[in-house]
Design a binder for this molecule. Structure first.
Ligand code: HEC
Length: 121
């Protein structure tokens, strides 16, 4: 899917259409989960990952959970896939918005998160 659902959701949340900008509705969670389920690792995803996320998520820069470090990812996975996607797009503490990948689409982010966190679905 060549589209950023998250950007749309986030801009709606900021415009007063949503009751609470920080809480995702069930519909939003389901929409993001569909993107998440469909996302696949491809050479293009790996290429984007290696010039963005990898900068921090290989060495744990700034406290970033490392690629494949199950115990570091466990509490993050517990937030739900949708929340991880939103935090990736918006940025989260020392994690920069879009994780430095300006040309990533939602499905790229989903594939990268699945890969780093070891999530099957
Ligand atoms: C400049 C360094 C940096 C880059 C680049 C970066 N991250 Fe992060 N990331 C972090 C840090 C630091 C944290 C931990 C933030 C915290 O928990 O306070 C983090 C946390 C995360 C989390 C967990 C968020 C949560 O809610 O717990 C996800 C998911 C994530 N990054 C995905 C990505 C993806 C995908 C990319 C590439 C597109 C990326 N990051 C690029 C530094 C980075």
């Amino acid at each position: 899917m060549n589209f950023r659902i998250l950007f749309v959701l986030i801009s709606l949340a900021g415009s007063g259409c949503s009751e609470n900008a920080n809480v995702l509705s069930q519909k939003e969670i389901q929409a993001i989960q569909l993107v998440f389920d469909a996302a696949e690792q491809t050479p293009d995803v790996l290429e984007k990952w290696s010039r963005s996320c990898a900068l921090c998520h290989v060495n744990g820069e700034g406290g970033a959970p490392r690629m494949g470090d199950a115990s570091a990812w466990k509490p993050r996975i517990a937030k739900g896939n949708a929340q991880l996607m939103v935090n990736t797009v918006r940025g989260f503490n020392r994690m920069p918005p879009l994780g430095y990948c300006m040309d990533c689409e939602d499905n790229d982010f989903a594939a990268m998160i699945k890969m780093m966190a070891g999530i099957d679905k």
